[in-house]
Design a protein around this ligand. Structure first.
Ligand code: UFG
Length: 331
């Protein structure tokens, strides 16, 4: 039986996809160098320690395993760091992806699901954002995702690659059974930081910007549960298996929550008090990002199920408490 290769399957979103694919009867192989991922999160299927920067690792992996499709979750994703160290981002997110695509060509594997981002659109002209908006990223991270999407279109035309580029909005939450979840060191994302504050691991949460043109002055984001993202990967693979045309799909809930909405919901879910400190805007933050996933709904049949902010936070909190000791050690 052929297998699905999950590149970056020891990381946050990849580990959830691995769990779901395994539950649905797929055989999986995780390919990861464990630079930011965790071996124990790659707990389903097989594991291959390898580095995308090293084509020989990829060749060995494709030789050892009969792979039918590849999902690629392995990218650096700190927007701020991409501004200060763009070389790191272009090398890993773009050059290493080319290595992966070329290894697929050599092994004659042509189905590819790519973790893209709403960051390809930059500051959108309208909300909710459809896929027809132009690509206009405002930071190197977003540009790496745009570049890879352009490479995918060219590889598709020239070499017959079949791909789905899944443009996530703000991935959040955790496996409801708390078998995997978000575990980044350092952590920069709003929800885990708010949960840290609720747990007493940090004194306060800084709100980056309170004078945006939004209802409460803080940024609006479309938080999408990581298990709903995993489900979209499953549907996208089935779609490609049935001969669906290559293309991009936005994955969001279509509803924006402000930074303060998230902090208040985190207080409600945890029962803790979170001290908020107003801080200057963070460079590169668009005021509002809200996605239209009408295309994913229509073509893939995707229906997010864990869309309530409280559900997202409750699932994240269960995982957060389970990993509190590791988080404490990192302080
Ligand atoms: N925020 C704060 N304080 C914090 C951390 C975040 O106010 O301590 C705010 C941010 O300014 C932003 C919102 O909370 O308005 C969400 O910030 P995150 O860092 O959690 O997420 P981002 O929206 O910056 O980034 C996410 C993904 C990126 C992706 C991006 C697309 O993590 O990979 O969405 O815009 F590129």
């Amino acid at each position: 039986m052929s297998k699905v290769l999950i590149v970056g399957g020891a990381g946050y979103i990849g580990s959830h996809a691995n769990k779901l694919f395994t539950a649905k009867g797929y055989k999986t192989v995780v390919f990861d160098n464990l630079s930011t991922g965790h071996r124990r999160l790659a707990r389903w299927g097989e594991f291959f320690k390898g580095d995308l920067a090293n084509p020989a690792d990829l060749a060995r992996c494709f030789k050892k395993h009969k792979i039918s499709a590849v999902m690629h979750f392995s990218a650096f994703a700190y927007v701020g760091e991409s501004v200060t160290d763009p070389a790191k981002y272009y090398r890993n997110n773009v050059a290493n992806t080319i290595n992966l695509l070329d290894a697929m060509r050599a092994a004659r594997v042509n189905k590819f699901i790519f973790s893209s981002s709403c960051a390809v659109y930059g500051v959108p002209a309208r909300l909710p954002m459809p896929e027809t908006l132009p690509f206009a990223p405002v930071n190197p991270y977003g540009r790496t995702k745009k570049m890879v999407e352009e490479i995918l279109a060219d590889y598709s035309a020239a070499y017959g690659l079949k791909y789905a580029a899944l443009r996530y909005f703000n991935a959040a939450g955790a496996d409801p059974a708390a078998e995997t979840g978000e575990l980044h060191f350092p952590e920069t994302h709003l929800i885990p930081l708010a949960l840290d504050a609720a747990a007493g691991l940090r004194k306060n949460i800084k709100v980056f910007g309170s004078n945006y043109p939004t209802p409460d002055g803080t940024c609006l984001r479309d938080y999408i549960h990581v298990t709903d993202l995993a489900e979209a990967h499953l549907l996208a693979l089935r779609y490609l298996e049935k001969g669906g045309a290559s293309g991009g799909f936005n994955l969001g809930n279509g509803k924006g929550f402000s930074v303060l909405d998230v902090v208040h919901a985190a207080e409600k879910v945890t029962g803790g008090k979170i001290t908020v400190v107003m801080a200057p805007r963070r460079p590169g933050d668009p005021p509002a990002l809200v996605g239209s996933a009408a295309r994913a709904r229509r073509i893939l049949g995707w229906r997010p199920s864990r869309y309530k902010l409280e559900t997202i936070l409750a699932d994240a909190w269960r995982w957060h408490r389970k990993t509190l000791k590791e988080r404490t050690c990192q302080k």
